[in-house]
Design a binder for this molecule. Sequence first.
Ligand SMILES: Cc1cc2nc3c(=O)[nH]c(=O)nc-3n(C[C@H](O)[C@H](O)[C@H](O)COP(=O)(O)O)c2cc1C
Length: 154
Amino acid sequence: MIEVLVLYYSRTGRTKALADAVAEGVESIEGDSARVKRVDYATVNDFISCDAVAFGSPNYFSYMAGLIKDFFDKALSVRERVAGKPSVAFTSGGGPSNSALLSLERMISSFRLEKVADGIVSQGEISEENLKACKKLGEALAKRALERAEVPKD
Ligand SMILES: Cc1cc2nc3c(=O)[nH]c(=O)nc-3n(C[C@H](O)[C@H](O)[C@H](O)COP(=O)(O)O)c2cc1C
């Protein structure tokens, strides 16, 4: 079974709703299972052991939330071990800015993860459309993780 980690931070529940929708998309693909974890309950080992990872954050001052940044800081020493894992990002903000998403996608690039699809920016209350888009994001991530697992490593 392929395990997709959905790592997020949320204070008022919006990013959590998006994370749950990503997980629903992952679970809809046969052979994939989702593990949704708030970042302050996750460890670097969760990052190492998963097959793919989705990062979700509220937009805080045009950047990802501090706890998500702290997670990446702690994971620096395992960068080589996680390189190549399929990854996506999603954010929730009060306004329409994609600045938090760009900060997450910069981390995806710094860690040399594989960006599977363009991320999601939601604004204000979470809409049905946001949830649908996150579900699709989860599906795309899960499919790529399966594909990658089927290719023998040399
Ligand atoms: C400390 C703080 C800083 C924020 N900065 C921004 C910001 O720069 N841009 C923005 O669009 N929203 C900003 N917001 C609004 C949150 O991103 C928004 O309410 C988000 O949907 C909250 O997500 P959550 O429900 O998952 O906690 C900020 C909120 C807080 C608490």
